[in-house]
Design a protein around this ligand. Structure first.
Ligand SMILES: Cc1cc2nc3c(=O)[nH]c(=O)nc-3n(C[C@H](O)[C@H](O)[C@H](O)COP(=O)(O)OP(=O)(O)OC[C@H]3O[C@@H](n4cnc5c(N)ncnc54)[C@H](O)[C@@H]3O)c2cc1C
Ligand code: FES
Length: 376
C-alpha cells in the first residue's frame, strides 16, 4: 500500500481542493539487468525491482500475464509516461521483462532502445491492466490470440501462462507481421509449438515474406472467419475466448468479424497500444463546476472540477496524482468506480457493458455531470 499523508503543498492549499494528498511519484524503481535484441527494431529489457514505495526487498512485484508497466520519465525537462506490456509470465519465467518496439520519431521508445543500458534504473507505476485471463487446470476450451506487430508482446505472456496452466485447452495464435524477421519471440514461439503439439496451433501471416516466390498474406475477415471455424469455433461456444492486440485497423477488423460471427462482446478482450486523437469533451448545456469526492489509497479528498476539465486533469492540477497512462480512454490505467453522481465519458475503448453497469469510469475522459464520488 502506498503510504499517504495529508499535507499542504508549498505551505498552501491548492485552489479547489479540500485537501492535498502527498504521494511518492516513485512507486517502483527497476534496474535493467539485461537487454536482448528481439528483432531489428525491438528489444527485451529484463528488470529487477530495487526501490520505490511499493518495493519489497527481494520480491518481484505481483503481476498478471498480459499486464503492463507504465514508466515515468523526464526527457529534456518534460515529464512523460508510457506503458509497456510485460512479456514474461509469472510462474513461467523467473524474471520480469518488457519488450520495447521502436516507433519512428517516437520520443520514449527511441530513448529506451538507444540510451538505456544494463544497470540503469526506470521508475514505474505498479503493474496494471485488464488484458488478463483466469485459468483453471480442468478447463477445456478454445482460446484464440490474434496479434499484429508489437501486439504479440502481451499475447506472448498470456500464451505461456495458458499453455502451462490449462493443458486441456486448445490455443490458437494468429499473427500478422511484415516478414519472418519481424515476428517477435519467433524462436520461443517455435519452441512452444514443438513442446505443445496438440494444444498450440500457430498461423503466421506475413505481408512481405523474405522469399520473393511466396506471396504475402494478410489476415482479413474471410480468413479469420474460416480459421476460427476450422479450429472448432464455427458455432462459438460460450467458453471460447479471443484476445486481440495490434494496430487499431487490425483490431477493428478482427472485432467486427468476430461480432458478426455471433461471438459475444464478453468473449473478446482487446488491448490498445495507440491513441488516435484525444476525444473532445462531450457537449454540455450545464457547465457549472462540480465537487468530486475522491477516495484514493485510503484517503478522501474533495476537488472542484470545472468544465471542460476531466476529473483526471482537475485532480492532477489540484495535486492528486491519480494513476493514468494514455489519457485517451484506451488503456484503463485511470479506472475508477463511481459511487455516486454522474460521470460522462467522451470515449471508452476498454470498459465492458458489465464494467459500466458496475459503475466503472475512466477519469482521463470522464466529465462530472453532477457532484460525484469516486473510488480509485
Ligand atoms: C496498455 C499499453 C501497452 C503498451 N505496450 C507496449 C509494448 O509492450 N511495447 C511497445 O513497444 N509499446 C507499447 N505500447 C505503446 C507505448 O506505450 C508507446 O506509445 C510507444 O512506445 C510510442 O511512444 P513514443 O514516446 O516512442 O512515441 P510518441 O513520441 O508518443 O509518438 C510518436 C508518433 O508515433 C505514433 N505512435 C505512438 N505510439 C505508437 C505505436 N504503439 N505504434 C505506432 N505508432 C505510434 C504517435 O501517434 C506519434 O505520431 C503500449 C501502450 C499501451 C497504452
Ligand atoms: S489513462 Fe488510459 S484510459 Fe485513461
Amino acid at each position: 500500500m502506498w503510504p499517504v499523508s495529508v499535507i499542504y503543498m508549498s505551505g498552501k492549499r491548492l485552489p479547489g481542493a479540500d485537501c492535498v494528498l502527498s504521494f511518492s511519484m516513485e512507486p517502483l524503481i527497476f534496474r535493467i539487468t539485461d537487454i536482448a535484441p528481439e528483432t531489428r527494431d525491438a528489444a527485451t529489457l529484463k528488470l529487477e525491482p530495487v526501490g520505490g514505495e511499493l518495493y519489497v526487498p527481494g520480491k518481484m512485484p505481483a503481476y498478471e500475464a498480459g499486464q503492463f508497466l507504465t514508466f515515468l520519465l523526464t526527457l529534456r525537462g518534460r515529464a512523460l509516461r508510457r506503458s509497456y506490456s510485460i512479456c514474461s509470465a509469472p510462474g513461467v519465467d523467473p524474471f520480469l521483462a518488457v519488450t520495447i518496439k521502436r516507433v519512428a520519431n517516437g520520443e520514449v521508445s527511441r530513448y529506451l532502445l538507444d540510451h538505456c543500458r544494463v544497470g540503469d534504473t526506470l521508475v514505474s507505476l505498479p503493474p496494471f491492466g485488464r488484458f488478463t485471463l483466469a485459468t483453471h487446470p480442468q478447463q477445456q476450451r478454445n482460446i484464440f490470440f490474434i496479434a499484429a506487430g508489437s501486439g504479440m508482446i502481451p499475447v506472448f505472456s498470456l500464451l505461456k501462462k495458458v499453455l502451462r496452466e490449462e493443458p486441456l485447452s486448445r490455443v490458437t495464435l494468429l499473427s500478422q507481421d511484415r516478414d519472418e524477421d519481424s515476428i517477435l519471440f519467433r524462436k520461443s514461439l517455435a519452441v512452444l509449438r514443438v513442446r505443445f503439439p496438440l494444444s498450440f496451433h500457430w498461423s503466421a501471416f506475413l505481408s512481405k515474406p523474405a522469399d520473393p516466390r511466396i506471396n504475402g498474406r494478410h489476415l482479413n475477415s474471410t480468413i479469420l472467419e474460416e480459421t476460427v471455424g476450422r479450429q472448432g469455433a464455427s458455432v462459438p461456444d460460450a467458453e471460447t475466448l479471443f484476445f486481440l492486440c495490434g494496430p487499431l485497423p487490425f483490431m477493428r477488423m478482427s472485432w467486427f468479424t468476430l461480432r458478426v460471427m455471433g461471438i459475444e462482446e464478453r468473449q473478446i478482450k482487446k488491448e490498445n497500444f495507440t491513441v488516435d486523437a484525444v476525444p473532445a469533451p462531450p457537449v454540455s448545456t450545464d457547465n457549472r463546476p462540480r465537487r468530486v469526492t475522491i477516495h484514493y489509497r485510503q484517503k478522501t479528498c474533495t476537488i472542484r472540477v470545472a468544465y471542460p476539465d476531466t476529473i483526471l486533469t482537475a485532480a492532477l492540477h489540484q495535486g492528486i496524482p491519480l494513476p493514468y497512462s494514455c489519457r485517451g480512454g484506451r488503456c484503463s490505467a485511470c479506472m475508477a468506480r463511481c459511487l455516486d453522481g454522474q460521470v460522462k465519458m467522451s470515449i471508452n475503448e476498454v470498459l465492458s457493458e458489465k464494467d459500466l453497469e458496475q459503475g466503472w469510469v475512466l477519469t482521463c475522459v470522464g466529465y462530472a455531470e453532477t457532484d460525484a464520488e469516486i473510488t480509485v
